[in-house]
Ligand binder design. Structure first.
Ligand code: HEC
Length: 209
Protein backbone atom coordinates (compact mmCIF):
# COMPACT_ATOMS: atom_id res chain seq x y z
CA UNK A 1 0.00 0.00 0.00
CA UNK A 2 1.20 3.47 -0.83
CA UNK A 3 2.22 5.56 2.20
CA UNK A 4 -0.45 8.15 1.42
CA UNK A 5 -3.18 5.47 1.67
CA UNK A 6 -1.74 4.22 4.96
CA UNK A 7 -1.78 7.82 6.20
CA UNK A 8 -5.39 8.28 5.08
CA UNK A 9 -6.42 5.01 6.74
CA UNK A 10 -4.70 6.01 9.99
CA UNK A 11 -6.43 9.37 9.83
CA UNK A 12 -9.81 7.68 9.48
CA UNK A 13 -9.11 5.28 12.33
CA UNK A 14 -8.07 8.27 14.45
CA UNK A 15 -11.19 10.22 13.57
CA UNK A 16 -13.51 7.31 14.29
CA UNK A 17 -11.79 6.58 17.63
CA UNK A 18 -12.13 10.25 18.59
CA UNK A 19 -15.80 10.23 17.64
CA UNK A 20 -16.53 7.10 19.66
CA UNK A 21 -14.60 8.54 22.63
CA UNK A 22 -16.64 11.76 22.53
CA UNK A 23 -19.85 9.80 22.19
CA UNK A 24 -19.02 7.60 25.18
CA UNK A 25 -18.11 10.73 27.12
CA UNK A 26 -21.42 12.39 26.40
CA UNK A 27 -23.32 9.20 27.22
CA UNK A 28 -21.41 9.12 30.52
CA UNK A 29 -22.20 12.76 31.25
CA UNK A 30 -25.82 12.17 30.44
CA UNK A 31 -26.04 9.21 32.79
CA UNK A 32 -24.32 11.26 35.50
CA UNK A 33 -26.69 14.16 35.00
CA UNK A 34 -29.65 11.81 35.26
CA UNK A 35 -28.27 10.40 38.51
CA UNK A 36 -27.71 13.90 39.93
CA UNK A 37 -31.21 15.04 39.00
CA UNK A 38 -32.73 11.92 40.58
CA UNK A 39 -30.77 12.48 43.79
CA UNK A 40 -31.84 16.15 43.82
CA UNK A 41 -35.45 15.11 43.29
CA UNK A 42 -35.30 12.74 46.25
CA UNK A 43 -33.60 15.29 48.51
CA UNK A 44 -35.94 18.15 47.61
CA UNK A 45 -39.10 16.05 48.04
CA UNK A 46 -37.88 14.91 51.45
CA UNK A 47 -37.21 18.58 52.33
CA UNK A 48 -40.72 19.59 51.20
CA UNK A 49 -42.31 16.95 53.46
CA UNK A 50 -40.03 17.89 56.30
CA UNK A 51 -40.74 21.62 55.96
CA UNK A 52 -44.52 21.29 55.57
CA UNK A 53 -44.74 18.75 58.40
CA UNK A 54 -42.72 20.70 60.91
CA UNK A 55 -44.34 24.05 60.02
CA UNK A 56 -47.77 22.55 60.61
CA UNK A 57 -46.65 20.95 63.88
CA UNK A 58 -45.11 24.24 65.06
CA UNK A 59 -48.23 26.19 64.09
CA UNK A 60 -50.45 23.74 65.97
CA UNK A 61 -48.28 23.73 69.09
CA UNK A 62 -48.06 27.52 69.12
CA UNK A 63 -51.83 27.91 68.59
CA UNK A 64 -52.54 25.61 71.52
CA UNK A 65 -50.06 27.43 73.68
CA UNK A 66 -51.18 30.99 73.12
CA UNK A 67 -53.78 31.24 70.33
CA UNK A 68 -53.44 32.82 66.88
CA UNK A 69 -51.72 36.06 67.98
CA UNK A 70 -49.01 33.91 69.54
CA UNK A 71 -48.77 31.70 66.43
CA UNK A 72 -48.54 34.64 64.07
CA UNK A 73 -44.78 34.63 64.02
CA UNK A 74 -44.68 30.88 63.28
CA UNK A 75 -45.98 31.21 59.72
CA UNK A 76 -43.88 34.39 59.52
CA UNK A 77 -40.54 34.46 61.30
CA UNK A 78 -40.26 30.73 61.94
CA UNK A 79 -41.05 29.89 58.31
CA UNK A 80 -38.52 32.49 57.13
CA UNK A 81 -35.94 31.03 59.48
CA UNK A 82 -36.62 27.48 58.36
CA UNK A 83 -36.28 28.34 54.67
CA UNK A 84 -33.14 30.34 55.45
CA UNK A 85 -31.65 27.36 57.30
CA UNK A 86 -32.16 25.10 54.30
CA UNK A 87 -30.52 27.73 52.12
CA UNK A 88 -27.54 28.12 54.45
CA UNK A 89 -27.01 24.49 55.40
CA UNK A 90 -27.44 22.93 51.99
CA UNK A 91 -26.59 25.79 49.68
CA UNK A 92 -30.04 25.59 48.12
CA UNK A 93 -32.47 28.27 47.11
CA UNK A 94 -35.45 27.49 49.33
CA UNK A 95 -38.47 29.70 49.88
CA UNK A 96 -42.20 30.14 50.04
CA UNK A 97 -43.89 32.41 47.60
CA UNK A 98 -47.44 33.18 46.40
CA UNK A 99 -49.49 35.31 44.04
CA UNK A 100 -51.46 36.94 46.85
CA UNK A 101 -48.86 38.01 49.36
CA UNK A 102 -48.80 38.90 53.00
CA UNK A 103 -45.12 39.81 53.13
CA UNK A 104 -43.79 41.57 49.99
CA UNK A 105 -40.39 39.98 50.69
CA UNK A 106 -41.93 36.67 49.60
CA UNK A 107 -42.66 37.99 46.08
CA UNK A 108 -42.10 35.41 43.31
CA UNK A 109 -39.49 35.70 40.57
CA UNK A 110 -40.63 35.57 36.94
CA UNK A 111 -40.44 31.76 36.69
CA UNK A 112 -42.34 31.17 39.90
CA UNK A 113 -44.93 33.76 38.95
CA UNK A 114 -45.37 32.29 35.47
CA UNK A 115 -45.82 28.74 36.76
CA UNK A 116 -48.28 29.83 39.43
CA UNK A 117 -50.30 32.01 37.05
CA UNK A 118 -50.37 29.65 34.08
CA UNK A 119 -50.48 26.25 35.76
CA UNK A 120 -51.04 26.12 39.49
CA UNK A 121 -53.63 28.87 39.87
CA UNK A 122 -57.13 27.41 40.04
CA UNK A 123 -55.95 23.99 41.19
CA UNK A 124 -57.37 22.87 44.53
CA UNK A 125 -56.52 20.45 47.30
CA UNK A 126 -59.11 18.06 45.79
CA UNK A 127 -57.66 18.38 42.28
CA UNK A 128 -54.05 19.34 42.99
CA UNK A 129 -51.50 20.20 40.35
CA UNK A 130 -48.50 17.86 40.12
CA UNK A 131 -45.23 19.08 41.60
CA UNK A 132 -43.11 20.92 39.00
CA UNK A 133 -39.66 19.36 38.65
CA UNK A 134 -37.00 20.08 36.06
CA UNK A 135 -33.22 20.11 35.63
CA UNK A 136 -32.24 23.28 33.77
CA UNK A 137 -29.23 25.45 32.94
CA UNK A 138 -29.76 28.88 34.45
CA UNK A 139 -28.74 32.34 33.13
CA UNK A 140 -25.30 31.92 34.72
CA UNK A 141 -24.84 28.65 32.83
CA UNK A 142 -25.08 26.62 36.03
CA UNK A 143 -27.14 23.45 35.93
CA UNK A 144 -29.71 23.28 38.67
CA UNK A 145 -32.70 21.27 39.71
CA UNK A 146 -35.97 23.13 40.18
CA UNK A 147 -38.90 22.02 42.25
CA UNK A 148 -42.15 23.88 42.88
CA UNK A 149 -44.63 22.33 45.26
CA UNK A 150 -48.16 23.73 45.48
CA UNK A 151 -49.50 24.66 48.92
CA UNK A 152 -53.24 24.52 49.61
CA UNK A 153 -55.27 26.17 52.32
CA UNK A 154 -56.28 23.96 55.24
CA UNK A 155 -58.86 24.65 57.93
CA UNK A 156 -56.11 25.62 60.37
CA UNK A 157 -54.90 28.43 58.07
CA UNK A 158 -58.17 30.38 58.16
CA UNK A 159 -57.60 32.15 61.49
CA UNK A 160 -54.89 34.12 59.70
CA UNK A 161 -55.69 33.76 55.97
CA UNK A 162 -59.49 33.48 55.97
CA UNK A 163 -62.28 36.04 55.84
CA UNK A 164 -62.64 39.01 58.19
CA UNK A 165 -65.21 36.99 60.16
CA UNK A 166 -62.81 34.09 60.55
CA UNK A 167 -59.82 36.17 61.61
CA UNK A 168 -60.06 37.33 65.25
CA UNK A 169 -59.92 41.11 65.72
CA UNK A 170 -56.66 41.09 67.65
CA UNK A 171 -55.04 39.08 64.84
CA UNK A 172 -56.40 41.54 62.26
CA UNK A 173 -54.88 44.42 64.23
CA UNK A 174 -51.50 42.74 64.42
CA UNK A 175 -51.58 41.86 60.73
CA UNK A 176 -52.51 45.42 59.77
CA UNK A 177 -49.64 46.72 61.84
CA UNK A 178 -47.01 44.29 60.60
CA UNK A 179 -48.20 43.79 57.02
CA UNK A 180 -49.85 47.00 55.77
CA UNK A 181 -50.11 45.68 52.19
CA UNK A 182 -51.46 42.22 53.19
CA UNK A 183 -53.44 40.54 50.42
CA UNK A 184 -53.21 36.98 51.77
CA UNK A 185 -56.72 36.96 53.24
CA UNK A 186 -60.16 35.73 52.13
CA UNK A 187 -58.83 32.27 51.26
CA UNK A 188 -61.11 29.26 51.43
CA UNK A 189 -60.27 25.70 52.45
CA UNK A 190 -58.67 23.79 49.59
CA UNK A 191 -57.77 26.90 47.60
CA UNK A 192 -54.33 27.32 46.02
CA UNK A 193 -52.28 29.39 48.46
CA UNK A 194 -48.77 29.47 46.98
CA UNK A 195 -45.72 27.30 46.47
CA UNK A 196 -42.60 26.04 48.09
CA UNK A 197 -39.83 26.73 45.60
CA UNK A 198 -36.49 24.92 45.69
CA UNK A 199 -33.40 25.11 43.48
CA UNK A 200 -30.50 22.75 43.95
CA UNK A 201 -27.22 23.37 42.12
CA UNK A 202 -26.00 20.35 40.14
CA UNK A 203 -22.18 20.33 39.95
CA UNK A 204 -20.60 20.17 36.48
CA UNK A 205 -19.13 16.90 35.29
CA UNK A 206 -15.88 16.76 33.32
CA UNK A 207 -15.96 15.17 29.88
CA UNK A 208 -15.51 11.39 30.04
CA UNK A 209 -15.86 11.10 33.80
C1 HEC B 1 -51.21 32.33 63.17
C2 HEC B 1 -51.36 32.97 61.91
C3 HEC B 1 -51.11 32.17 60.65
C4 HEC B 1 -51.58 30.91 60.38
C5 HEC B 1 -52.43 29.99 61.23
C6 HEC B 1 -51.11 30.61 59.04
N1 HEC B 1 -50.38 31.66 58.52
FE1 HEC B 1 -49.50 31.75 56.72
N2 HEC B 1 -48.71 33.53 57.14
C7 HEC B 1 -48.88 34.19 58.35
C8 HEC B 1 -48.00 35.34 58.39
C9 HEC B 1 -47.86 36.32 59.52
C10 HEC B 1 -47.30 35.35 57.15
C11 HEC B 1 -46.25 36.32 56.67
C12 HEC B 1 -44.94 35.59 56.66
C13 HEC B 1 -43.70 36.41 56.46
O1 HEC B 1 -43.58 37.49 57.02
O2 HEC B 1 -42.85 35.91 55.69
C14 HEC B 1 -47.78 34.19 56.41
C15 HEC B 1 -47.30 33.82 55.16
C16 HEC B 1 -47.65 32.70 54.48
C17 HEC B 1 -47.13 32.31 53.19
C18 HEC B 1 -46.03 33.02 52.40
C19 HEC B 1 -46.51 33.94 51.33
C20 HEC B 1 -46.96 35.30 51.84
O3 HEC B 1 -48.16 35.55 51.66
O4 HEC B 1 -46.16 36.09 52.36
C21 HEC B 1 -47.75 31.16 52.84
C22 HEC B 1 -47.53 30.35 51.55
C23 HEC B 1 -48.63 30.81 53.93
N3 HEC B 1 -48.56 31.78 54.89
C24 HEC B 1 -49.41 29.69 53.94
C25 HEC B 1 -50.11 29.27 55.07
C26 HEC B 1 -50.81 28.00 55.16
C27 HEC B 1 -50.91 27.00 54.03
C28 HEC B 1 -51.34 27.92 56.40
C29 HEC B 1 -52.09 26.76 57.02
C30 HEC B 1 -51.45 25.48 57.03
C31 HEC B 1 -50.98 29.13 57.11
N4 HEC B 1 -50.25 29.93 56.26
C32 HEC B 1 -51.36 29.42 58.41
C33 HEC B 1 -49.73 33.84 59.38
C34 HEC B 1 -50.36 32.62 59.50
Amino acid sequence: MKPKYILAALLWVGLITFGVWRLMGSVGIHANQERQALAAEKDSKAAVNDFMGSLKAKLQASMQEGGPTHALNVCGDVAQEMTQNYANEKGWYFRRTALRLRNPLNAPDIYEKAWMERTAFGSTAEVPIATYTKAVTNEEYVREYHLMEPIYVAEACLVCHGSSQQIPDEVEDLLAEKYPSDSAIDFKVGEFRGILSIRIPLPDEELGE
